[in-house]
Design a protein around this ligand. Structure first.
Ligand code: FAD
Length: 635
């Protein structure tokens, strides 16, 4: 991390100077805001944390509950979400506090009908990501985002005790076109209403979303007519895999999943309960924690389960549902107006918790939306950019709903489905689907944001439209071994990685220097066109170079000036733009990611860590055209 850029500041560098004029706790409700977020679940908080960084954006987050969540709901954090947490700066904290899922085991009736371990598999394939798959209470994820918001320049805090009850959009109004009706939920003010006007409203208000209802959206799909119980427990047992993620299928009592949790003692159990009738609601059964425990004990036999404390429990029915559109603009009006109201998370897609995707996909939605909203609200991009949100994320959610259907059938598969090779079908499918459950199979379709694959061969291991797969490098200026992807922060900036061709040392006459020179000085350069006067050269597009040589073979001082930019009020040098292959550890980023050594290439990475384009070093017009289709000219 970099700090002291505008002079020495003592204390915690994660606490940013507070922005003047910000709203403070206890201030009355404003008449207008730029963005109103409904709901402080993972989707709402992930969005709020991004917006909170930008002092010029007035964000408000309303939440009907009266205080932050303390326990319950989701707990699975995919490696993809961990990569995103790294960009927010709390990946390491989550790694320390969470439980890592390294191995998954499968239990089923053996030859004598007693439970036996029938398979064990590695949970995260080698080399798929530098981050682990972890489990941690959803409430702690909320805390990480809340903490970040509190330390951001706007010091953003949720407005607890307020819910959205309705909204109306004046499509003719240019400013604050969305009128939102809010209602207080605290006992002393319950039912009192207030209105405010917003430029954008994002409904992160869960499966029963009021925002979705107000824009005429509906969740379509089906229910599995199967009740499941979930509980977080402190318990003693002689089941040997209590600290492994385990699928347990009993002979006659159904199935359960064991998920070890943070802290070394807590465990979550998902327990299959009763099948439901066609028109039956799970609540009609009147089941409770005792029913979940009793069923779990029957499934676990002959192992004993003695529950000492039920920390949290819930009983639910699985539904696979999706809305038609994640914003308020009907397909017929896309050409004439930009979205003003968006939906994210459970408000627009619901699925079973068995694949552990709910929280991950919900945060993925608003990580996709955050940079787009920031770009529009700061004048970097036209509002039409917001159309891409629904297109990209609905396709991702559709993939999840389809996967969820398939996975629900696999988890319920009986012994006769077991393969001749002895590996149960559930274990085989589990392994085959790991890239999906790791959150790494999303590939955005070709669009203005996702370039044509014409030059994909130059970086075969960094597919356009997929998330940027980080790799180890050594930073040239200080010989620090690190991960290239970790220079991407959740700060709404594009990254442009320039991979140098063999023999190029960054000096004059080389391809890297020629490209950097053009990027820095030419009027047609995207840096010149899309960076506003007075902004740092890397404020919108952050250029970094990666060389195949060992760091000792290169001279930092010989690098082009764009890679040694002067920043801040003293014009201090930014030393963190140039990287080399990690030859000492034999982890060559060029080999690992299939970079063409002879030609080198440019890899454009979007602010949400997805690869936007792969281009030859000389493809200046194509590079300029890519950014011209997304960003406004601001010179
Ligand atoms: P949510 O986390 O649901 O957050 C929505 C927020 O919006 C809530 O804080 C809510 O109070 C608020 N809100 C509601 N109405 C309004 C309104 N009108 N105005 C403003 N705010 C509003 N997933 C698992 O993987 N495993 C589980 O065991 C599991 N259990 C769950 C149990 C429950 C009771 C629920 C509700 C969800 C559970 N999930 C579970 C799903 C998982 O928590 C979600 O997929 C994930 O939290 C989605 O995040 P989100 O931000 O979209 O929505």
């Amino acid at each position: 991390m970099q700090f002291h850029v505008n002079g020495f500041v003592p204390g915690d560098p994660d606490v940013h100077p507070a922005a003047p004029g910000r709203r403070r706790p206890g201030d009355p409700l404003p008449d207008t805001v730029d963005v109103l977020i409904a709901g402080s679940g993972p989707a709402g908080l992930c969005l709020a944390a991004q917006l909170a960084r930008v002092p010029g954006i007035r964000t408000m987050l309303v939440e009907p509950k009266l205080a932050p969540m303390e326990k319950g709901q989701a707990d699975g954090i995919s490696v993809r979400s961990m990569e995103m947490f790294q960009a927010f700066g709390f990946g390491e904290k989550v790694m320390r506090e969470s439980v890592w899922i390294n191995e998954t085991t499968f239990w089923a009736p053996g030859a004598d009908a007693a439970l036996a371990r029938v398979a064990r598999v590695q949970d995260v394939p080698d080399g798929i990501s530098e981050m682990p798959h972890v489990l941690i209470n959803q409430a702690r994820v909320h805390d990480m985002f809340l903490d970040l918001m509190r330390r951001s320049p706007t010091r953003l805090e949720p407005d607890y005790g307020l819910k959205v009850v309705d909204l109306a959009i004046d499509t003719a109004a240019a400013e604050y076109p969305v009128t939102v009706t809010l209602e207080h939920t605290a006992p002393d003010r319950e039912g009192q209403r207030a209105t405010l006007r917003a430029n954008y409203v994002v409904g992160c208000d869960g499966a029963r979303s009021a925002v979705r209802g107000a824009i005429g959206g509906a969740l379509h799909g089906d229910a599995a007519h199967q009740a499941w119980g979930v509980m977080d427990v402190l318990a003693t047992t002689d089941f040997p895999d209590w600290r492994m993620k385990s699928f347990v299928r009993s002979k006659d009592e159904g199935i359960l999943m064991v998920l070890p949790r943070e802290g070394g003692h807590l465990v979550r159990l998902y327990v299959e309960l009763d099948a439901l009738g066609e028109h039956e609601r799970v609540a009609d059964r009147g089941m409770g924690a005792a029913d979940i425990i009793a069923k779990a004990q029957r499934i676990f036999r002959p192992f004993a389960l003695d529950v000492k404390e039920v920390v949290w429990w819930s009983i639910y029915e699985i539904g696979h549902r999706l809305t038609d559109k994640f914003d308020d603009v009907p397909a017929a009006q896309v050409a004439t107006r930009a979205p003003r109201v968006m939906l994210a998370g459970d408000a627009c897609h619901t699925h079973s918790p068995k694949a552990g995707q709910g929280m991950n996909v919900s945060m993925g939605d608003t990580f996709n939306l955050g940079w787009k909203l920031i770009s529009v609200l700061t004048g970097r991009a036209d509002a039409a950019l917001l159309h891409s949100y629904s297109g990209e994320r609905r396709a991702a959610a559709q993939g999840l709903v389809e996967f969820d259907h398939k996975w629900a059938r696999v988890v319920g598969a009986r012994s006769e489905d077991d393969a001749a090779d002895g590996l149960p079908r559930v274990a085989r499918e589990f392994v085959a689907n790991l890239p999906f459950t790791c959150g790494l199979t999303i590939q955005y379709e070709r669009s203005a944001l996702t370039g044509a694959p014409t030059h994909q061969h130059l970086a075969a291991g960094l597919p356009i439209g997929k998330r940027f797969h980080s790799a180890p490098v050594v930073r040239l200026a200080d010989a620090k071994p690190m991960h290239l992807g970790h220079c991407i922060e959740a700060d709404a900036r594009f990254r442009l990685f320039v991979f140098a061709p063999a023999g190029d040392t960054g000096g004059r006459g080389g391809a890297v220097a020629a490209l950097c020179d053009w990027l820095e000085h030419d009027a047609a350069s995207p840096l010149r066109r899309h960076t506003a006067p007075g902004e740092d050269v890397d404020a919108v597009i952050d250029v970094r170079a990666v060389f195949p040589q060992d760091f000792r073979a290169l001279e930092y001082g010989a690098m082009p000036t764009l890679l040694r930019p002067r920043v801040g009020r003293y014009g201090l040098t930014d030393y963190e733009k140039v990287f080399c292959a990690d030859t000492k550890r034999g982890e060559d980023v060029f080999a690992l990611r299939g970079i063409d050594r002879a030609a080198g290439c440019i890899v454009v990475v979007r602010p949400d860590q997805y690869v936007g384009h792969v281009l030859p070093l000389a493809a200046r017009e194509e590079l300029a055209a890519y950014f011209a289709a997304i960003l406004r000219v601001r010179t």
